[in-house]
Design a protein around this ligand. Sequence first.
Ligand code: PLP
Ligand code: MN
Length: 382
Amino acid sequence: TKDFSKYAPGYDIPALPGMRLEEVQTPALIIDLDAFDHNLVKMRDEITHYGVRHRAHCKMHKSADIAQLQINSGGACGVCCQKVSEAEALARAGIADILVSNEVCDPNKIDRLAQLPKLGARILVCTDDLSNIAELSRAAARHNTELEVLVELDCGGGRCGVTDSAAALELAQAILTTPHLRFAGLQSYQGSAQHAYEYAQRKALLDTAITITKDAVDLLASHDITCEIVGGAGTGSYPFEAASGVFNELQCGSYLFMDADYRKVKTKEGAHLPAFKHALFLLTSIMSIDIDGQAVCDAGLKAHSIDSGLPTVLDRPDLQSLVFSDEHGVLKDRANSLKLNDRLLLIPGHCDPTCNLHDWYVGLRNGFVETLWPVTARGKFY
Ligand code: PLP
Ligand code: MN
């Protein structure tokens, strides 16, 4: 157990273990630990069911403690992150298998990445460019380390990655013949499919993504190149990749916390994504009720991200989010039901950028603070 005695509650930290929810300083990120545990186990069951690995995406929570729990009790084979400094934070905290699921091109960043295996971690990175492969190799040679490299495919998301199998083959062959690099497979993530709310939309996008990925895997196989990893998938699409017979590694992130936008994603039967519960909440206090029909809370744009839509209020369908500014949130409260210092739990619109705004998670069970976890890689976007 951690020593919290050096932290002043309300200044350094929003709460201390043993406090009641009512004593937590607001605005604070709350994790419902029962829902969190449910989501951990649910994903473990899903990968067992489909017979694939899960490399949990830690850009979502940026917490080394949570990453360790995903590996130890959630069945994750390792983690993903997006940035070198995130990988540094996770490796320093003892996470031993880290994929930077992104291109790293800046020479200084490549140099830092190439040093990370010295911390005892397996380090993987994506590429979509021949000159980048040469740079990765030079840096790994300089530090006498090995980097594992995935060729990134653009399977329809229109972001990074090569757009045809011939280009993927050329890059894979280059990695295979380049010292200090190990070819580890393909990265094929369809980002724009994740939040497509209707099942038919997601299915169409994933049918294409899987066809593109299979074509590349098959072309490489015809040149005797095996992909140890064929990775991709997020919370919105993973059943498609997992059942494809093409992908063998998922990289879901948001499933662990969920958010208001993912709640809008529908299954084939038109239900909400059934598997995962809301585990992340923003605890906020009411600070003004002067205007008829509205209440103002202390969770503004510095406490949560509204890029994917406004938050909803837990168990209070009668309240609606209206406007958020730096330090204020205006809620519609038609019945004037709220009083000063009333507390609400908001379900953030988008979990990833919300988590990056906080230093601490407050883990709550049965109304009491059980633990606090630092947001280890908060602000680490270098
Ligand atoms: N993989 C990559 C490369 C991503 O960029 C993301 C998120 O954007 C994910 C996986 C995880 O997605 P989600 O948080 O929607 O599960
Ligand atoms: Mn996201």
